[in-house]
Design a protein around this ligand. Structure first.
Ligand SMILES: Nc1ncnc2c1ncn2[C@@H]1O[C@H](COP(=O)(O)OP(=O)(O)OP(=O)(O)O)[C@@H](O)[C@H]1O
Ligand SMILES: [Mg+2]
Length: 341
């Protein structure tokens, strides 16, 4: 995704990424030809239904795919001038935690339960920096304070189970940011938290991002989170990109019928009470049994023979807001003239 208005080189450019799993039923391509770019300092949201390939895309960037079942089959992942898709694993060890920080949905699985939280953050720092224990401890306490942990000099010696879910997520954020990375990948960072804590964590992430000028990939199935925190958005469907663009463009003028369906299924405060929310009919196709042509064709009200016979490439009025739909022009014209059939 290259914004025509942005002249700077992207921090991250993923090109034609294909990542597959070997399963008993054969090889499945969980990510199948995904491309996008992320400019320095910006936040890119990746949204889509469960199983559409959001996490596999993120894990491919840092090569944390489950081995030996998963592998990158094709594509390039350009980050700060090098192709991570072909970089040796030792290089990825250097980059992970140093240049790219990660925040996962469930901090209890990412944090080691038998080690004090401070030690875990210090270890990340010491792995990548030539720094004394005393300085690492000072930097860790200071980072815990920045992410809003009260009494950080006490909390630094506690174990993960002694902290609340929200506090654990703050520790994950501290760990992701301790080496001042240029990119943070946050995979459903607030899904496991209750809504008030969710809002605080998102605000904290944005605040830290603004201070440090970090780029963020925000993975979520929640369009509200995208609207509040992201500049740009990638809508994924069944392992491919259905639509991409700035959040303003995609939310105000969705081009792909899938995005249109997603947006119309969000509850609105001014909807008449007890009205049934529209939903997208049908099911996401299984990766082992993909339809030919457009992967959304079995659920799409506009689908015709073309949609069954050939896969649509991303297309649009400009190079940035684009949708993979053969009929986006026709649909757009219909929507703006008020007819939908
Ligand atoms: N270890 C695995 N073995 C086989 N297939 C897998 C494995 N992990 C993921 N997949 C498949 O890859 C596809 C993409 O999974 P992924 O975890 O990226 O989805 P997601 O968009 O992150 O979904 P969610 O919103 O539920 O987190 C899914 O269809 C899933 O079945
Ligand atoms: Mg996921």
């Amino acid at each position: 995704m290259v914004d025509q208005s942005e002249k700077t080189a992207p921090l991250l450019h993923v090109k034609d990424l294909v990542t597959a799993f070997d399963t008993e039923g054969g090889q499945i391509k969980a990510v199948d030809g995904v491309s996008f770019s992320l400019q320095p300092g910006r936040t890119l949201g990746i949204v889509g239904e469960s199983g559409c390939g959001k996490t596999v895309t993120a894990l491919s960037i840092i090569n944390l795919l489950p081995k030996p079942t998963a592998d990158i089959l094709e594509g390039e992942i350009w980050f700060e001038g090098e192709d991570l898709a072909s970089a040796p694993i030792e290089r990825l060890h250097d980059i992970r935690g140093e240049r790219i920080g990660m925040i996962f949905q469930e901090p209890m699985t990412a944090l080691n339960p038998v080690h004090r939280v401070g030690r875990q953050i210090m270890e990340t720092l010491k792995l990548h920096r030539d720094i004394s224990d005393a300085d690492a401890l000072r930097a860790t306490i200071s980072m815990l304070e920045k992410v809003g942990i009260p009494s950080p000099e006490v909390r630094v010696s506690e174990y993960p189970h002694q902290l609340s879910g929200g506090m654990r997520q703050r520790v994950m954020i501290a760990m992701a940011l301790i080496c001042d990375p240029s990119l943070v990948i946050a995979d459903e960072p607030t899904t496991a938290l209750d809504v008030t804590i969710q809002a605080q964590i998102l605000e904290l992430l944005q605040d830290m991002q603004n201070k440090l000028n970090t780029s963020v990939i925000m993975i979520t199935h929640d369009l509200g989170v995208i609207a509040e925190t992201c500049d740009d958005v990638l809508v994924m469907y069944a392992g491919r990109v259905a639509e991409q663009g700035s959040v303003d463009d995609v939310f105000n003028n969705p081009m792909h019928p899938y995005t249109q369906g997603l947006l119309s299924s969000i509850p609105r405060l001014n909807s008449p009470r007890k009205t049934k929310l529209p939903t997208i009919e049908g099911m996401v196709p299984s990766l082992t049994d993909m339809p030919t042509g457009c992967r959304f064709n079995n659920r799409c009200p506009y689908a015709d023979e073309l949609c069954v016979s050939s896969y649509p490439q991303l297309d649009g009025e400009d190079g940035f807001h684009q949708a993979a739909c053969h009929h986006w022009r026709k649909i757009d014209a219909q929507l703006h003239s008020g007819t939908t059939s």
